[in-house]
Design a binder for this molecule. Structure first.
Ligand code: FES
Ligand code: FES
Length: 172
């Protein structure tokens, strides 16, 4: 059956972009299939895994549960906009340094959720990090590496000369 498309405008990572899309599509589908931003991952499509997390107007949102029509004209941040040109965000650096990312399927959602946390709370406790990331499921890391990477990035963002320790690099 032929599906008519609508023309929509999205503000993604600060850039206004127009695209034609089928009106039943979710924000996740439009990001990946119509705007070719495949860093946002397609997981359960049920709101359970967090892989599809993006920021909408600065807040973490499960893009598999939002109609693209509803996201028009709102500020959408995806993993493609997290680095500053060639310079990785401290969260990306810390995840790479501490192996907070293994297969990487959860990483975009985790990093965007963590970015929002560190913007509102620059020095979170381990429990606050756990709570903030409670909706982001990782099947690989066991979470400790993720929590340590967020703590290292938080310290770097606070301007501290933080370095990985032997324990965070090689395990406990
Ligand atoms: S794909 Fe959206 S929560 Fe799993
Ligand atoms: S790194 Fe594989 S799902 Fe998290």
């Amino acid at each position: 059956m032929r599906q008519d498309k609508v023309l929509g405008e999205f503000i993604v990572n600060g850039n206004r972009q127009q695209t034609a899309f089928a009106p039943h599509k979710t924000l996740l589908e439009v990001l990946r299939e119509d705007l070719e931003l495949t860093g946002t991952k397609h997981g359960c499509e049920l709101g359970e895994c967090g892989a599809c997390t993006v920021l909408v107007d600065g807040k973490p949102v499960l893009s598999c549960l939002v109609l693209a029509l509803e996201a028009q004209g709102r500020a959408i941040d995806t993993i493609e906009g997290v680095a500053d040109g060639p310079n990785l965000h401290p969260l990306q650096d810390a995840f790479a340094e501490l192996n907070g990312s293994q297969c990487g399927y959860c990483s975009a959602g985790v990093i965007l959720t963590a970015r929002k946390l560190l913007e509102s709370k620059p020095n979170p406790t381990r429990d606050e990090i756990k709570r903030a990331l409670g909706g982001n499921i990782c099947r690989c890391t066991g979470y400790i590496k993720i929590f340590e990477a967020v703590e290292l990035a938080a310290a770097k963002l606070r301007g501290e000369d933080a370095q990985p320790t032997k324990e965070t690099l090689y395990g406990h």
